[in-house]
Design a protein around this ligand. Structure first.
Ligand SMILES: [Zn+2]
Length: 201
């Protein structure tokens, strides 16, 4: 890890603030590891990242460099400015106790990204019921265009791949190293991230 890069240990999460103009780089240090990303307007927590708005405006479910992540109020919250992977998911909610019961009834349940996000966001005054669909960095969810059938496959990200965002407003960010076996190729790895200052004009 270099400089100000921070690590989110496997199956955990964190929350932090970032200012408008700052750049968030989310790195998959070992490959095949998902990171769930949430964003709230730091000045008004009722404004929150919206999958529905974003996919509507992008006219695609596969978001990459050049796309923005929109809020429930149709304002851009984050612009995707770099992406070495090109495959992420914005359809599925964070994994949770309930999704573990549903998909992995024989495994010990884990609170998952949902529980990790809820714990990390609590100190910002964000209650669990306000957690929306996350932007799932590196998550690989191909869709059959005819039937609509979706699958969760291992990420195509390799060690060192990253996606970078520029904040369009002051934000509270939630970010995880995902805990669900199928989303991460069957093993759990850390996620690295760093917040870089506003670039000089
Ligand atoms: Zn997860």
């Amino acid at each position: 890890m270099s400089g100000d890069t921070r690590e989110i240990p496997e199956r955990s999460g964190t929350a932090f603030r970032m200012a408008a103009g700052e750049r968030l780089v989310v790195i998959d240090p070992r490959g095949e590891q998902v990171a769930d990303l949430l964003a709230f307007n730091a000045a008004d927590l009722d404004e929150v990242i919206s999958s529905g708005r974003t996919l509507d405006y992008a006219e695609t479910i596969y978001l990459t460099t050049g796309h923005s992540l929109y809020s429930n109020r149709s304002r851009a919250m984050l612009d995707i400015v770099e992406d070495t992977v090109g495959r992420h998911d914005f359809l599925l909610t964070p994994c949770s106790y309930d999704t573990f019961h549903h998909f992995y009834p024989t495994l010990t349940p884990h609170r998952g990204c949902f529980g990790n996000l809820a714990a990390a966001l609590e100190s910002y005054g964000i209650a669990p019921d306000r957690i929306p669909t996350a932007f799932n960095c590196f998550m690989n969810v191909p869709i059959d265009g005819e039937t609509g059938k979706l699958r969760v496959l291992p990420p195509i990200s390799r060690a060192g791949d990253h996606i970078a965002f520029v904040a369009r407003m002051d934000l509270v960010i939630g970010l995880t190293a995902c805990s669900a076996p199928d989303s991460n190729g069957g093993t759990f790895k850390p996620i690295h991230y760093r917040v870089e200052p506003v670039e000089a004009a």
